[in-house]
Design a protein around this ligand. Sequence first.
Ligand code: C2E
Ligand code: CA
Ligand code: CA
Ligand code: CA
Length: 280
Amino acid sequence: QAKQQDVPFRFFEPHMGAALASRLDMAKRLSAALADGSLSLHFQPQIDLTTLRLVGAEVLCRWHDPELGVVSPADFIPLAEERGMIVPLGNWVIDATCRQLAAWQAAGLVVPGQLAINVASRQFDDDQLITTLQRSCGEHGIAAGQLGLELTESGFMSDPDQAIAMTEALKTLGFGLSIDDFGTGYSSLAYLKRFAADKIKIDMSFVADMLHNENDHAIVTTIIAMARSLQMDTVAEGVESVEQAEALLALGCRQAQGYYFGKPVTGEAFAARWLMPVPI
Ligand code: C2E
Ligand code: CA
Ligand code: CA
Ligand code: CA
């Protein structure tokens, strides 16, 4: 089966229109970006609501194109998925995350908890994922337990048995596992139980209005109760106010991430704000 990125650009015809032309151009630029260093990582703190301490961070990819400017991952991740580039891009993110962790360790900084990497469904279907994780960890001297993987529900709906086998393999190796954007997909309780992820991330669309919308409040309440009964942690995403943080804690949600605590920032800014030296 020919991969989309193998389609030569000479097939391009003017009648294909400006939108497609610009997507093709963007795809070409993204593929160059993978090699030329215009991708970077940002880190967003995850906070324990009971202690207000850092318990980890989410790794978010950024693309700075000299002509297009800063392209949002909301645009370039779907493009990478469409054009068959998500596996190399994902591999780059894994490697760059391990390199950053190693640099922090070498500088004598403690990184509590895990750095959580987003894994697209297509990466999760790929046997190479484990090889890539192990190689990057090995090369940079990182333990599996220092990394978490964030997977959306769609990632295990296409082939649940394969996905369950993959999650079990990853957990056995020691990697953390979270279900991202929880509540926006269609996973059943039965699947959730079989996946045995460590954490559920409550989608920010429910958090945004939980103080004013009864339905959203009920959904958040239910997710937290369900996670607790399955012995999983919950992380609320998109927490933007102290009122939301307090309400979440009162409902039993242990961890939060959002602009109220800190926006995603460069590794340098993250270390300066959040990381402490190893105690002597
Ligand atoms: P996500 O995994 O749900 O990541 C959370 C998004 O919410 C991030 O957007 C983050 O900057 C944003 N966010 C965090 N706190 C707040 C808040 O308090 N309020 C609001 N309004 N937004 C908040 P970002 O960085 O633009 O990433 C968008 C999406 O792109 C991510 O959604 C994820 O699905 C994808 N993505 C980013 N980096 C990667 C990557 O390395 N690999 C893959 N496969 N996907 C990635
Ligand atoms: Ca995520
Ligand atoms: Ca999310
Ligand atoms: Ca999302």
